[in-house]
Design a protein around this ligand. Structure first.
Ligand code: HEM
Length: 185
């Protein structure tokens, strides 16, 4: 898992490529890899907490699980969960040309874990996460400072005029009443 102490770096390390044969060797419960959209994931640590059960994952151990993954129409959350388990890409000449494009960003950058004995793991592209962060911020700020439409502005102006007019009318009537009262008494 990614810890707080790990730093995300924009420095790309040489990409790690695996062949289908290499991935195929990782097909046991204690060493479970799978390919999703030409990316290789070591999901050994995740398998036991998979909301869809562990069995379905064993069926895809060491193979391309893209179709199975897509068939379930996994949520965005499920795509996001893949990031920490990313270990590399399928070697280019063995990469599959999927008819369907991924519905979500797939992880593409390394996390520097300062420990060269462990495989470097990946998270979503830093540019993507920055972009999405700034997108969210700009969306939020846009939302916060949402300028009103001309119709809304007109409605507000009419309401204000109505309030002012009612006040003038009220004061006028009160004045008339007072004058009438003074004159009659
Ligand atoms: C390692 C990659 C995978 C991750 C991170 C993952 C994650 C998840 C998550 C988060 C859910 C809960 C529902 C959702 O948010 O979409 C889920 C449900 C499920 N997943 Fe996966 N999944 C993975 C791979 C697979 C694969 C390869 C299969 C193969 C069939 C599969 C089958 C299912 C099923 C059957 C459900 C239950 C759906 C339901 O009850 O509606 N998952 N998975």
């Amino acid at each position: 898992m990614i810890t707080q102490t790990q730093t995300i770096t924009e420095k790309f390390r040489p990409p790690q490529f695996y062949t289908l044969d290499q991935v195929r060797n990782h097909n046991s419960p204690g060493d479970l890899w799978m390919i999703i959209y030409n990316r290789v994931y070591d999901i050994t640590d995740f398998a036991h907490s998979h909301p869809g059960g562990i069995e379905v994952l064993f069926d895809c151990g060491g193979v391309d699980a893209t179709e199975a993954f897509d068939d379930v129409a996994h949520s965005d959350d499920a795509f996001n969960m893949l990031a920490p388990y990313f270990v590399g890409d399928l070697i280019p000449h063995e990469q599959i040309k999927y008819k369907k494009q991924p519905s979500h960003t797939v992880p593409s950058i390394y996390i520097e874990n300062n420990d060269d004995t462990k495989p470097q793991k990946f998270v979503k592209s830093i540019s993507n996460s920055k972009k999405s962060k700034s997108n969210t911020t700009s969306k939020k700020s846009k939302k916060g400072k949402k300028s009103s439409t001309p119709v809304e502005k007109l409605t507000i102006a009419i309401l204000i005029l109505l309030v002012i007019f009612s006040l003038i009318l009220y004061v006028g009537v009160q004045k008339l009443k007072w004058t009438y009262h003074v004159h009659s008494s």
